[in-house]
Design a protein around this ligand. Structure first.
Ligand SMILES: Nc1nc2c(ncn2[C@@H]2O[C@H](COP(=O)(O)OP(=O)(O)OP(=O)(O)O)[C@@H](O)[C@H]2O)c(=O)[nH]1
Ligand SMILES: [Mg+2]
Length: 313
């Protein structure tokens, strides 16, 4: 089969729909879990701690009838430093660019102050864009709270659709995707059918390492860490070499990441290596280093170095 054949094979029907869906909400409500579930693949890291996702990240869902470009976003919150400002801006930008806004909420608890704050943000930025509510973590909802919580969330903002879902268990998700697709405009397939994201392997590797750090550390550490993959080489068909630097804000944090006799960094390395080997289908040689970049989350120049660029600089 030559290239031309491939192009013709990738055709779509006349009533094909497509568009961008901004997935927004408070930190930790399950935005990334939902996108991973829809794509049946882990494209975004997930942890039990808030503020895991730090940038916009595209997840591409393709089927015969349409293509949905999901934009995963950092949780909307009140920022306390420049990194937080960057994260909130990234989420707000996604809202402005969307054909549909999917607001993910944690229906297992009552609406929070943070949700009311997001209602204001979404109302300010949505224009004419339709809003769907994904009432997530329905698996944790007992029958007594079901209707009161659903009603309370539905009252937050005018919306076209509210769906009870469980990103973790999958209930309600296929129906939600179907409803989203029906609401998108007619349009082409923007990406090849087999492409699910647009990030490169370096970014994926850095995120997997960051996920293992978040999972193994407490308090300020998860939030103070940035990971940069310095070198990524396929040494052979069976071996990838990855050299990564873990940045922290203070010397004490460096000590914690390394741990007693290097125990902690070893554990992080072992967990990251196993997952990367699985993803890449090769053995992975992982070289981790820890460096201090004093208060990088409050320093725009250092943030830029790490790839977090606030606009208009
Ligand atoms: N029980 C239950 N837990 C869920 C569900 N969806 C997500 N979670 C859990 O909630 C936590 C947060 O999930 P994430 O997907 O990282 O949440 P997020 O909204 O992307 O968070 P940020 O990136 O920090 O804004 C993880 O521990 C998930 O396993 C769900 O439907 N049910
Ligand atoms: Mg996330």
């Amino acid at each position: 089969m030559n290239d031309l054949d491939t192009v013709f094979d990738d055709s779509w029907p006349e009533d094909h729909r497509s568009g961008v869906v901004a997935v927004v909400g408070r930190p930790n409500v399950g935005k990334s879990t939902l996108i991973n579930r829809i794509l049946r693949q882990k494209i975004a890291i997930v942890t039990p701690k808030p503020q895991t996702t730090r940038r916009q990240q595209l997840g591409i869902y393709t089927e015969e009838r349409g293509q949905i470009l999901f934009t995963d976003t950092p949780g909307l919150h009140r920022p306390h430093h420049k990194l937080g400002e960057y994260m909130v801006l990234a989420a707000e930008e996604a809202l402005k660019d969307a054909d549909l806004i999917l607001w993910v909420l944690d229906v297992s608890v009552e609406p929070q102050e943070g949700d009311r704050h997001i209602a204001e943000t979404v109302s300010r930025l949505r224009g004419e864009t339709p809003v769907f509510l994904a009432l997530n973590k329905a698996d944790l909802l007992d029958s007594a709270h079901r209707q009161p919580h659903v009603d309370a969330y539905a009252a937050l903002i005018p919306h076209e659709q509210a769906a009870l879902v469980s990103a973790l268990e999958g209930s309600g998700v296929d129906e939600l995707v179907n409803d989203i697709l029906q609401r998108l405009p007619l349009g082409p397939r923007y990406f090849p059918a087999d492409q699910v994201s647009e990030v490169n392997q370096r970014f994926v590797a850095a995120e997997v390492i960051r996920e293992k750090i978040i999972l193994n550390t407490e308090e300020e550490i998860p939030y103070s860490v940035a990971v940069e993959v310095d070198e990524f080489k396929e040494r052979s068909e069976r071996l990838s070499y990855i050299n990564a630097i873990i940045y922290v804000e203070r010397d004490t944090q460096k000590g914690i990441i390394i741990g007693k006799s290097g125990e902690m960094i070893k554990r992080i390395g072992t967990q990251a290596r196993a997952e990367l080997a699985d993803m890449l289908g090769t053995q992975v040689y992982l070289d981790l280093h820890v460096k201090v970049l004093k208060n990088w989350r409050s320093d725009e120049a250092l943030m830029r170095r790490l790839g977090y660029r606030l606009p208009k600089e």
